[in-house]
Design a binder for this molecule. Sequence first.
Ligand SMILES: *Cc1c(COP(=O)(O)O)cnc(C)c1O
Length: 355
Amino acid sequence: MCIDGQERLTFCSNDYLGLAADPRLAETLCSAAERYGVGAGAAHLINGHFHPHQRLEEELAEWLEVDAARLFSTGYMANLGVVGSLVGRGDTVIADRLNHASLVDAVQLSGAHLSRYRHNDLEDLESRLSRARGERMILTDGVFSMDGNVAPLAELVVLAERFDAWLVVDEAHAFGVLGEQGRGSFEAAGLVPGERVLRVGTLGKAFGTAGAFVAGAAEPLEVLLQRARTYLFTTAQPPAVAEASRQALSIVRDEGWRRKQLRALIAAFRKAAGQLTGVELLPSITPIQPLLVGDASRAVVLAERLADRGLLVPAIRPPTVPPGGSRLRVTFSAAHEMVDLDRLLSALRECTILK
Ligand SMILES: *Cc1c(COP(=O)(O)O)cnc(C)c1O
C-alpha cells in the first residue's frame, strides 16, 4: 500500500487469499453494476433480492453441503441476525470469552442471558450448559481473531448434542482458508455439521468482496428469513457485489494453490519467528500469527520501528486484547511472496534486539 505517500508492505489485512484486488472480481463488479445498477433499492423481502443474491445463496449452500445459506450485508449483522432469531429473553447463550465483539453484542441485543466460559475451556462450558435455562446456544469463533488459534470443534459438537443446544460458529477467519477445499473449521477437523449447527461466514475477508452469510439446515434458515431484524430491516447489499462474490467463491473453490501458498508462508514464518528474542509466537496454524509482546508501549515501539523499515504490522492493545496481552498481529495473504516474508523476518530480527 501507499499511505500518505509512503510505501508500506502490509501484514495486517484479512485478505487471506489475495482476492480483494483481483482484476477478475473488479471486472465482474463493473459489468454487474452496468446490468443491475449500483444499489439494491430495498430490503431482500421487498424487491431488493436480485438473481445474483439468490444464486450466491444457492452456491454457498451447495459448496458447504448444507440446505441453505442466507446473505447479510456484513458479518456484524449476520451475527446479530442469527443469535437474535434463535434465542431471546429466558434463554441462555454460553459463549467463549475471546469471541469477536459482534457476537458479544449479538447476545446483549437478543435479550438472552450471556454466560461466558473461559477460553476453549470445555469443563467450564459444560458446567454452564448444565445450569443454563431456556433454549441453549453455544457460541464460538471457529478461528479466534486476535490469537489465530481454533475452537475444539469435535468436543463442542458432542456437548451441543448432549445438551440439545444450538452450536453457532463464526467462520470469518476460517472459510476459504482452513481445510483442503477451504470449507472451514469443520472440514479441517473432519466433521460434518449436524442440523443444529449454524455457521457464519464473512465475504470481506478471504473472499475479498463484502457481505456475509449464515449457512445451515432448512428450518433455522427459514426462521432467520422470518425473524432476523438485520435481514428484514435493511437494504440488501448491492447485487453487483453479490455477483463478484459468486466469482470469488469459484476462485476460492478452484485455486487451491492460494491455500498452499499460505501454508508455505505460515510454516516458514513459524520456523524463523520461533528464534526471535523478546516476543512469543502463539500456537496458531492459521494466517493469523500474533507475536506476543506483553507491554502495550513496547508493542507500539516495535510497530513504529517496523514502519520505519516500510512495514505495516499493527500493535494490538487492550481493550481489544486482555491487559498484558499486547501483541504485533501479523497476518499473511496468498499475495505475499517469500521475499516479502524475508523482509518481514529481517526487520523483526533488527527491531526486537533493540532496547
Ligand atoms: C470481521 C469479523 C466479523 C465481522 O465481519 P464484517 O463483515 O467485517 O462485519 C465477525 N466476526 C469475526 C470473528 C470477524 O473477524
